[in-house]
Design a protein around this ligand. Sequence first.
Ligand SMILES: [Zn+2]
Ligand SMILES: [Zn+2]
Length: 330
Amino acid sequence: MTEKDKPVISDSKDALVRVTLGSICTSDLHIKHGSVPRAVSGITVGHEMVGIVESVGAAVRKVKPGDRVTVNVETFCGECFFCRNGYVNNCTDPSGGWALGCRIDGGQAEYVRVPYADQGLDVIPESVTDEQALFVGDVLATGFWAARISEIKPDDTVLIIGAGPTGICTLLCVMLKCPGRVIVCEKSPERQDFIRRHYPSVEVVAPEDCLQVMSACERGGADVVIEVAGADDTFRLAWESARPNAIVTVVALYDTPQVLPLPDMYGKNLIFKTGGVDGCDCAEILSLIEAGLIDTTPLITHRFTLSEIEEAYRIFENKLDGVIKIAVEC
Ligand SMILES: [Zn+2]
Ligand SMILES: [Zn+2]
């Protein structure tokens, strides 16, 4: 924790947001551990937050001071080839992509400057609380995108590997597609219990049983596999659990390179899709929350104030106390 000057609007497309609620993401830990090469040393971290617009630059049209907003993890111009096609993660603007809390000061702070505010902010409907909207810009956007690109059909068996925060958000968005079977593979008994308790229609398997359960499926494996765990052996588990011609969506961020053993998978004719999120569906996600179709509030297991954030990091990093997500009141 350190004192910094209050950020100021430096471009006509900027907005200044007073952060009301923020969260800690696993990517913040990756920065802390030095595994995000692009992260700028000394940057204020935090890229998952909601707040109230304090002021806007002259070119901002979508939001005005006083609006309660979600902040998008990605900065994007909305005009380049990639933005126009919805691939906002690859926006060609020099400050495009994951900039907030990585290359420019983020939101584990009282105020944050948001570039391209018309793209980066979405107004929260009146009936949706800050806690309900907290994950819209990052982990929930990721889960929504993962479910969207996985082309799930009604009689599909969908396997989600990993029931951390992003895995659970993915699960919520997969359930919106109403596939025939949803199976979550997770090694932590606490998280297995969490899934059974909150989502009784979802089957839960431990990693050591996963291949056996999946090979017993009607078509010899999952129709769709979404790999969110990013552990040492979960990439292999993902494609081995898939039936021939399945879609394998890799959302996970790995610490080490993964092996794609093409001779072993020859003839299986798999379709791989890879991360990271194109976070351009936030308005749609907010309306699904407003309609009561997505609820991520059970994920908030711990609450802290900004002055307690070092303790919050200790708990989140060491996965203490059954922590899933932490809300930080700023
Ligand atoms: Zn994140
Ligand atoms: Zn762009």
